[in-house]
Design a protein around this ligand. Sequence first.
Ligand code: ZN
Ligand code: ZN
Length: 258
Amino acid sequence: MEFFDTHTHYNDEKFKQEAEKMLNELKQNGIGGIVIPGFNIESSERAIELANKNASVYCSVGIHPSDIENSTEKIDEQICKIRDLIKNEKVVAIGEIGLDYHWTQDNKELQKYAFKKQIELANEQKLPIIIHTRDCVQDMIDILSKEISPMEPSILHCCPFNRELVKEGLKLNFYISFAGPVTYKNAKNAEEIVKMVPEEKILIETDSPYLPPEPFRGQRNDSTKVKYIAQKVAEIKNIPLEEFAKLTFENAKKVFKI
Ligand SMILES: [Zn+2]
Ligand SMILES: [Zn+2]
């Protein structure tokens, strides 16, 4: 049985020294494929570097809302560099991009600007996007439904347990990617949200090194723990784990066109 972890940051500082070694051991640990998303220029370059060393490792490039510069001109420069990085053949998406009002609300307009510009870039390049969304439900829905939506089927990463947002995502033909929080006992609506998502739209991810699933909370997360997330979602959907692994693997291949 092999799983596909659609979102894992081996490009994060917390992995620095060990990333290469851990990637080499993925196969023997039951992980048949992963995508490493960039969150700024440096981490996007590192994601490409790691993907180029390992056949089952793919990556995406993009500027996370918490990593955007403080003027539209400087954001344009950042996106210009991202455009250059897309040329690498292991790049399968633009991301992670989106809105995050949890850490700061002072640059909402710039966050929206960077998000929309990167959707534009993805549409021009015919790539899916990987969306990060936190504490910004209405603005996210407004942008996607009224201003600009991705042309390729895209991904709502680390599924927010918000009915309206998931409903909107499904309307736009998105894939919904479940992460560690689906295993947390205090995760409100998690079960209801999982049930809303049709089988052919489910993805799984660790978002490691963050958000470890139960029973690993408080430890550094990594891709091998994706099976605990799979177990939980498969149980709610009433699908045997082996079948669920295959299903989500195929879904990942489809959305990333690999
Ligand atoms: Zn994220
Ligand atoms: Zn992430």
